[in-house]
Write a protein that binds this ligand. Sequence first.
Ligand SMILES: [Cu+2]
Length: 148
Amino acid sequence: MKSNRLYAALAIVAALAVAGCGSSSKKSSTTSTTPAATPTATTNTSTTSSSGGGASTLKLSADPSGSFKFDKSSLSAKAGKVTIVMSNPSPVMHGVAIEGSGVSKTGQTVSQNGTSTVSASLKPGKYTFFCPVPGHRQAGMQGTLTVK
Ligand SMILES: [Cu+2]
């Protein structure tokens, strides 16, 4: 009978290990989704000068009912400094983060009526914005940020 407990403990450890693997493999698949179709198109440099001083601020909100989602599943911005301001009307703690193409920036996690802000200098490409609270991204709290 004592051994049953031991097995239960081992099962929990195994489950945690699986969960850990799951999230890391998800990350790598996200990265591979980003097509390497952005070759060194240095031709863009001339265009960038017009939007060079441009800083984009994008507004986002967490679902007010407490669901693990944002009010938008896609955002777009011009290349340059991009800031996402997420308001959290939900009773659940949430935050906002940006990941992709070597960028990884995480805003603070805030409680109800708080605002989480994250900003990064982004080149044209596809990025993912998501909630950094453990489990929320996996539950669907993420979207695509397209930078042009
Ligand atoms: Cu969240």
